[in-house]
Design a protein around this ligand. Structure first.
Ligand code: NI
Ligand code: MN
Length: 229
């Protein structure tokens, strides 16, 4: 069985293990590069990295419709319950913690960013996810600046790292290249770029530099494109 990572544009991903479908940071209907609508997505788990609109926009609607369990930091789980998601369908975590789920092990890793929810309430601390799946270890940095503790995350032995390269709201191409050197994944995939003009980037040029300077395979996807583990 293979695990597929499908990029739905911006910071949104669908992880399909064959047995389970995990939606990360659902930003679908208002995401100009997303190839699917929120009412078309099927999943049994949802992961949320932080509270910004472009990561939680469709989370409550998809969770209510599908009955998926949402895994997020405590404050975001509380906010989701106010949006009509049953408490039993939320799984609260905090930074540094791990939990075993039917699709694999989930660790909520730190991120350097902010995390205010759409209604102005606090989304707690922003995070990323280190997933230990049957087919390998995948690190989603999600929205973050470069930070040196990425070297510690890389010690897990990463098969794939998904890094933001858009700049402005997250690290840009230069710092993402440094992140690859700290993380040392087998493969890196860029995300969180080309959604809007302020985060326009040449991902192919970045991938070329990664390969040249680190030897790490860099895979550039189009929205809707997938990578198989
Ligand atoms: Ni953000
Ligand atoms: Mn974002």
């Amino acid at each position: 069985m293979t695990t597929k990572l499908t990029w739905l544009g911006h910071g949104t991903w669908l992880i399909d293990t064959g047995e389970h479908r995990v939606l990360l940071d659902p930003f679908l209907n208002d995401n100009p590069t997303c190839p699917v609508q929120a009412d078309q997505v099927e999943c049994d788990f949802i992961l949320i990295s932080h509270g910004h609109f472009d990561h939680v926009a469709d989370a409550a609607a998809v969770a209510r419709r599908t009955g998926a369990t949402v895994i997020a930091i405590f404050e975001i789980c509380q906010w989701l319950q106010k949006q009509g998601v049953e408490e039993s369908k939320t799984w609260a975590m905090n930074l540094g913690g791990s939990c075993q789920q039917p699709f694999g092990r989930v660790k909520l890793t730190p991120a350097v960013h902010s995390s205010t929810l759409p209604d102005g309430s606090s989304g707690g601390d922003p995070g990323g996810f280190l997933l230990t799946l049957a087919e390998g270890k995948v690190y989603f940095a999600c929205d973050t600046a470069l930070f040196s503790d990425m070297e510690l995350i890389g010690r897990a032995g990463l098969d794939v790292a998904v890094l933001p390269i858009g700049d402005n709201f997250t690290m840009g191409p230069e710092d993402a290249l440094e992140a690859v050197k700290l993380l040392r994944p087998r493969c890196v995939i860029p995300a969180h770029y080309n959604t809007w003009p302020p985060i326009a980037q040449d991902a192919q040029a970045w991938a070329h530099r990664v390969k040249e300077q680190t030897g790490v395979e860099a895979v550039v996807l189009e929205p809707g494109g997938e990578y198989s583990l």
